[in-house]
Design a protein around this ligand. Structure first.
Ligand code: FAD
Ligand code: SF4
Length: 337
């Protein structure tokens, strides 16, 4: 039996002080990921700092965001995944976010899971979750069991010798496609991190999933309104119709000129890398073109030039290409997203 201290501070600053001053402390929100890790022995914190009842649970209109319109929504870090997916403003102005959330987990888990916790959930790599196997992410320097092991879910972009796993959050992929920003409170005050820069590639430090420092608390996520965000959608390819993580996923936001050419396309892929992968080369290829199947396939292939696959993962590049064609076609036609 391991002793565990449980704290429930009254405000965010006290929560930050409690975690940043103690290397063995962790924030606890909905607990749907962290509590599993406590049971499995994957996480062994000395102190849990419960932030789930801090007043960070509102979806609010804001008027001072960067972006073409300046307006947007501020989502408190404790807003539950179900509530966020059901919010009328989110469904109308950021359909990609609602759809990504509804494609994840189950109704019960979405009722419990929070916005902040979802973004910071850890990888589902089977070896990471099995403490009897070597894993550089769980125990740096022990090796990577997924190399040469069960590799079907492995990354095809941006992997390293040390780690080949992928990031699991559907929400993070959607947020990357609408240029969302995470608001973070640390011991030195508040800062903002674009969602696209929140998660990192593994390099030689696979134990670090994100660019956050220990003790930094996500307090909110800001979604800037844009014409593309209104015309946005999500597609998730998976082994079962529900309750399954992505094999690959595609989030896209499309702003079209009157002649049907692309003013701006934003495309993010899930299931292919250690972070949501913004397909910026494909986006660039599509600017000024009609995004028909031929143009989208060509643009995706430019992005995938950097992909590295093997027998177990070769399907991912085919799948992500087809899924990107599908999503952009639906958005172009203005049909179901
Ligand atoms: C069976 C199952 C299926 C699932 N399927 C999917 C799926 O298909 N797609 C998907 O995206 N997800 C899926 N999930 C994952 C689920 O979405 C996450 O477990 C959940 O979103 C995590 O949120 P939480 O509030 O419970 O986080 P917690 O478990 O409380 O915390 C997760 C991590 O975030 C940290 N944290 C929490 N809040 C903050 C904060 N405000 N600031 C800083 N750090 C914080 C914690 O310290 C911890 O490290 C599934 C989970 C299960 C159990
Ligand atoms: S892929 Fe990453 S998480 Fe999985 S075993 Fe290798 S080091 Fe661990």
């Amino acid at each position: 039996m391991r002793e565990l201290t449980y704290l429930r501070p009254d405000d965010a600053a006290a929560a930050v002080a409690a975690v940043s001053g103690d290397p063995e402390a962790r924030f606890l929100a909905g607990g749907t990921n962290l509590v599993d890790h406590l049971k499995l022995g994957v996480a062994r914190p000395g102190t849990l700092v419960d932030v789930s009842r801090l007043p960070m649970d509102a979806v609010e209109e804001v008027g001072d965001l960067p972006g073409p319109l300046g307006t947007g929504l501020r989502i408190g870090a404790n807003v539950r995944n179900s509530d966020l997916a059901a919010d009328r403003r989110v469904r109308e102005r950021f359909p990609v976010v609602a759809r990504a959330l509804l494609s994840g987990a189950s109704g019960q888990i979405r009722n419990q899971a929070t916005t902040g916790g979802n973004l910071l959930q850890r990888t589902r790599c089977v070896y990471f979750q099995d403490v009897t196997t070597p894993c550089n992410k769980r125990e740096p320097g022990t090796g990577c069991s997924a190399r040469g092991g069960h590799a079907r879910y492995n990354a095809v972009l941006g992997a390293s010798e040390e780690c080949v796993t992928v990031h699991p959050s559907d929400l993070a992929v959607a947020l990357a496609a609408v240029d969302a920003t995470v608001v973070v409170l640390g011991p030195d005050g508040e800062r903002r991190v674009p969602v696209a820069d929140l998660h990192r590639l593994p390099g030689d430090r696979p134990q670090d999933d994100t660019t956050l420092r220990h003790g930094e608390l996500i307090t909110a996520v800001e979604l800037p309104d844009s014409p593309g965000a209104r015309r946005s959608g999500y597609y998730k390819a998976r082994d079962r119709a529900s309750y399954a993580f992505a094999l690959v996923s595609v989030a896209a936001a499309l702003d079209l000129a009157e002649d049907g050419t692309v003013r701006e396309a934003r495309i993010a892929w899930g299931g292919v890398a250690h972070k949501p992968w913004r397909a910026t080369r494909a986006e660039e290829e599509l600017r000024g073109r009609v995004p028909d199947e031929e143009a989208v396939r060509a643009a995706v292939r430019v992005e995938l030039e950097a992909a590295e696959t093997d027998d177990q993962t070769a399907y991912k590049t085919t799948l992500v290409e087809g899924a990107t064609v599908l999503v952009l076609d639906r958005l172009r036609q203005g049909g179901p997203r």
